[in-house]
Each structure stands twice: as C-alpha cells, then as structure tokens.
Design a protein around this ligand. Sequence first.
Ligand code: TRP
Length: 332
Amino acid sequence: LNAHAPKRPRILSGMRPTGRLHLGNYLGALQNWVALQDSSENLHMVADWHALTTDYEHVDQLAPNTIEMVTDWLAAGIDPEKSPVFIQSHVKEHAELHLLFSMLVTTSRLERNPTVKEQVRDLELEDTVSYGHLGYPVLQAADILLYKAHLVPVGEDQVPHVEITREIARKFNSLYGEVFPVPAARLTHFPRVPGLDGKRMSKSMGNTILLSDEPEVIAAKVKTAYTDPKKIRVNDPGNPDGCVIFAYHRAFNGGAASAIEAACRAGTLGCVADKKDLAAILAEKLAPIREKRRELEAHPERVREALAHGEERARAIARETMREVREAMRLA
Ligand code: TRP
C-alpha cells in the first residue's frame, strides 16, 4: 500500500511548447488529460527546458509557441481552476531536483534509453549529443516527482522515461527515507496516431491536422490522406487496415466504424465519399474547440492569467517537496 496516496491520485503531465496542437497531440495525451480532470488532481506543464534539448538554437519561438499551445489546452477543455497549467522554467525547483537526481543514475543507464537512442539516430547526433539531451529523462523524473505524482498520462515513447523516474524514486527513498511515491505511466487509447501520409503525425513531418483548422482546411487535408492503394475504383473492395481515414473514423466516429469497415471491404463505399464524410465529422467534432479558441484569442489575458495562477500553485507544492528533499539529504 502506498502511504502517499491521497484521496484523488495526482497527475503530472507535460508537453514541449510546439505551437498549435494537432490530432496526434489530442488523441495521444490531451483528450486523456481532459477526461481525467474530475477524477484526479492534474497539473499540466509547458516543458520549455525540455524543448532546448533539441532546439537550443531557436529560442525565439518558445514564448509564442507556449501561448498557442496553452490556448489549445484550454480550448480543448482543460479547466485551469481545477487543473493548474504552468511553465517549467518559471519553477526553479525543477532544476534543483534535477541536479540532485543526476547523482542517482548512471550514464550507461541513460545511454540505454530507447527513446533517446531513437532521437539520436533520427537527428544524426551520434557523436554530438549534449549532456542535457542525454539527461532529459532525469529532468523529467524531477518534473514528475517534484509534485509527487502517482500517474503520468503519456504516449508510448515516454514510457522509458517513467521507468527511469520509478528507479530514481525507489533509490532516493531507500537512501534518504520515504519521500516519493513510485509513479506509473498511463497510456491513452490512441498512443500512436497516423498523420495524413500514414507515418506518425508530427509537426516536423508536415502531415498534421490541427485542432484549430477550419472546416475547409480539414476537407482539403483529408482529401490528400493515404488510403488503401489497391482500391482504385469506387466499387473495388478495400482494406481499411493501414488506411488513415479509417484510423480517424475509429478515433472520432467510433460508433459507425464497424459499418464503415464492412462497407469499405464490400466495395459499397468509395474513398472519395468516405473522405467527405470524415471531413464533415471532424469539422463538427472539433467545432467546440475552434469556438472556445476564438473566444480565448479575443481574451489573451485569460491564458496569461491561467499560467500565472497555475505557476503559483505549482510553486507552492514544489517548495514543500524541496524542503522535504533537502531535509532528507541533510542539505537543510
Ligand atoms: N518529454 C515529454 C515529451 O517530449 C514532455 C515532458 C516533460 C513530460 N516532462 C514531462 C511528460 C513530465 C510527462 C511528464 O513529450
């Protein structure tokens, strides 16, 4: 039994400030954050220090991207009164805890992290990976444990970082006394969302549909989406496995998905009509988010106030945890 468990589990989640969010961000994390905000105590962090691991040369976009992203969080239904939103770099305790945790993990442990390995390979950083990039899972452990979170709702690529977080929590507790709960990752139903081209949806790939896209933009993008290449004429039977349109039907039009699958396989539903239907459904499902976003754009002070207020609440928790940490480590 976990002595730290309060009545409602606490959640800490973070996203790098990448600007306006896309369906992959929504289905992979944000939708879950919104769903969990009544049953748990959620804190949502803009991971701006994490963004520096790969983008330390391009700092001009950090502030505008933060505002765009947090606007989407609130537009999608995050209630900042219930769930504080804040910027990592404004709560300096993250840096202090990161430094202390960095003593509790070996460099070879960090070099084995499959997500970091994949990034290093993709970005061709084999001989030039920075100390900060290699160590960002330790910073992430500090992000999570500073708030004594029990659950971390993330996509599957983040699970190795939560594993390191668990190891650090156990090691700290056994060396200095029980301070931290051992948190668990919580995957969403759609941990991997395809982009328009069928590869993973990602801003850098240019294959996204944004939460804020207008209906005409959605329709134009959906037209270009990858479908079964063997289905050429309207009445050819199709295979919805691997079809991007079908993946989005499952996510946004779940109730109708099995009928659509059957019609596609039977050759009674053509891709052009299917895309038109999906575009209309997406436009409708995203309408409340677009509407809320317009309202927030007219009142940008609401986003700034939410961040200022969230920061205060986050800082109060962070201060208290660091007081316990320093005392446990005889640094008080
Ligand atoms: N590393 C995460 C990402 O790249 C962002 C992140 C930073 C995070 N700190 C976190 C996620 C703490 C969950 C919990 O998406």
